[in-house]
Design a protein around this ligand. Structure first.
Ligand code: FAE
Length: 523
């Protein structure tokens, strides 16, 4: 037998532990082709939907393999970098940082934790690595308003979600709240205190936002009893401590069953449906420079897609374009940015310490204007941890999405295309304008022209949703229409909007889908 084949079957058998060492692979490895592996159940991706699926399937005694294109950060020993000192984790194979603004930092290309899909009118940020978006996100764990949930998902039993799936998701994700006294005293939350008092001044309702970040840990950070993370400008390039990302919750539990294997740096490129309705997946194993070190084919009876909204759509639409993979015509439709619209205000309290020189990266405050018929929105009072006081308040508005986008695939370039222009964000802009003006009128300050083009970041999206919508492109439980053995469990199931930050809803929907799919003997 071919010697390389032997080496790689060894690698496949030892799985996660071997690959964790492989992150040091830096570039010289020759490409190996033709490795074939058979597994009963394969999950692509390791974000929220994928992690829920992995845990529940492993608990049910099934052997599961996860293919994740990013690094297994927890195992790699590589430290996440901070906003002020971007390093390996800061970007997926870029030579400059890709934060929403202030990209003045050069980088050596590395398979980092933050990636960006750039389209003509919108940039979409996603997480890369074992844990998906949970590695890079702000951890805000918000349950949507029941009335909006019912509007968005009329076919779901809302009572069961609010009594069971959301509480279950909260518990598994270790959601907790900040101590009010700590919030009042901690200088790192000045931006929240200023943001809340100014919002109330302007006549808005403020709300406390729970988070997956361990606030008891943060209190210790503040007292310098433990290494700092949220108080050390760590977040969108990963948190070294404090944050209960999926590798510390669902995935850790799933691995503890002994039934889960995770292969990092394995990027699924295309899926083929076989005559017996099983699937074959073309996969590139990457090194940390993004070079292919092996081309592999994985075969499975059951395939679960948890590659995130953009990842799942890319895989499905690319497979359709490259090998006639059968897809329902609804796939790609009903896509939205969850109403994401970034804005801000300059000259916020410039003569009384502004919004604070040091800021915790974990947001805990929001403004709830959802019930205003004319200007319905929710906004997070976001941190801007630049290491100095810039007297600037940053907000990520979440609006309704009245006009949905359409995701397609350009065969020539192999890239996704997105129908999304100014007309999709007009109402969002009107809401941002209304909010900023009302805030400035009540408190002083100007529109944040220093941060965004003319003060409005219509192009910034952290919450891509939809395109493979539950009960439209799939059955009621995420099984893809026209397929017997293919299931979707990630953000693409949510039709473009959920009115709040989406991680809780993605987790709860995945819990609901997997519970039913297991009960029905589908998985
Ligand atoms: P996701 O978490 O995106 O995971 C998909 C995984 O699949 C990733 O690890 C990919 O690397 C992997 N993958 C993709 N394609 C492939 C492929 N072809 N082969 C192998 N692997 C692949 O999926 N939401 C909140 O609720 N609260 C927040 O505070 C918040 N803050 C955010 C801040 C930032 C900067 C960003 C980018 C997002 C934030 N979000 C937040 C959004 C949230 O993280 C996101 O909705 C979820 O992570 C999406 O979960 P999925 O399960 O859909």
């Amino acid at each position: 037998m071919d010697k390389t084949k032997n080496i790689f079957s060894g690698i496949l058998n030892t799985g996660r532990s071997w690959f964790s060492k492989s992150t040091s692979l830096s570039g010289a490895q020759p490409s190996t082709s033709g490795i074939e592996t058979n597994r009963p159940i394969i999950i692509i991706g390791s974000g929220y939907g994928a992690a829920v699926a992995a845990l529940r399937l492993c608990e049910a005694g099934k052997k599961v393999l996860i293919l994740e294109m990013g690094v297994d950060w927890a195992k790699s020993g590589i430290k996440y970098s901070s906003l002020l000192k971007p390093g390996k984790s800061a970007a997926w194979l870029k030579n400059k940082t890709i934060a929403p603004f202030m990209n003045i930092f050069p980088l050596r290309p590395f398979t980092g934790a933050l990636d960006r899909f750039s389209f003509k009118n919108i940039d979409i940020w996603v997480g890369r690595g074992v844990g998906g978006g949970s590695i890079v996100n702000g951890g805000m764990a918000v349950i949507p308003k029941k009335s909006y949930f019912k509007e968005i998902f009329p076919s779901l039993d809302a009572e069961k979600f609010y009594n069971f799936y959301f509480p279950l998701a909260s518990q598994e994700l270790k959601v907790n709240g900040i101590d009010e006294q700590f919030l009042k005293d901690c200088p790192y939350y000045k931006y929240t205190r200023v943001g809340e008092s100014e919002a109330r001044n302007a006549g808005f309702k403020t709300v406390r936002v729970p988070n997956v970040y361990d606030f008891k840990y943060m209190e210790k950070e503040y007292k310098n009893e433990v290494p700092r993370s949220a108080l050390n400008a760590e977040v969108i390039y990963g948190n070294n401590y404090g944050k209960n990302s999926l590798d510390k919750t669902y995935l850790e539990k799933a691995l503890a069953t002994g039934n889960l294997e995770i292969l990092e740096l394995h990027c699924a490129d295309a899926i083929t449906r076989n005559d017996d309705n099983s699937y074959s997946i073309n996969v590139r194993q990457l090194n940390t420079l993004g070079k292919t070190v092996a081309d592999k084919t994985f075969h499975c009876t059951k395939l679960v897609l948890g590659a995130g909204t953009m990842g799942t759509l890319k895989l499905l639409l690319h497979s359709q374009a490259s090998n006639n993979f059968p897809l329902d015509p609804s796939v790609g439709k009903n896509w939205g940015n969850n109403g994401n619209f970034m804005t801000g205000r300059n000259w916020v309290k410039p003569f009384s310490g502004g919004t604070g020189a040091q800021q915790s990266t974990i947001p805990v405050g929001g403004v709830d204007n959802w019930d205003d018929d004319e200007h319905p929105f929710f906004t997070e009072i976001a941190p801007l941890p630049l290491g100095m006081d810039v007297a600037t308040a940053l907000y990520l508005l979440i609006n309704r999405v009245d006009k949905k986008g359409l995701v397609g695939h350009d065969k020539a370039s192999g890239r996704l295309v997105l129908e999304w222009d100014k007309s999709h964000t007009l109402k969002m802009k009107a809401n941002a304008n209304y909010f900023v003006r009302k805030m400035n009128r009540a408190n002083g300050g100007t529109r944040s022209r220093l941060l965004f083009r003319n003060g409005f970041g219509a192009n910034i999206c952290y919450h891509p949703l939809g395109g493979c919508v539950l009960a439209e492109s799939t059955n009621l439980y995420g099984k893809l229409k026209g397929h017997d053995n293919l299931y979707v469990v990630d953000g693409s199931l949510i039709p473009g909007t959920i009115g709040v930050n989406p991680l809780m809803t993605i987790t709860a929907i995945a819990e609901y889908c997997i519970e039913n799919l297991i009960q029905q003997g589908e998985l």
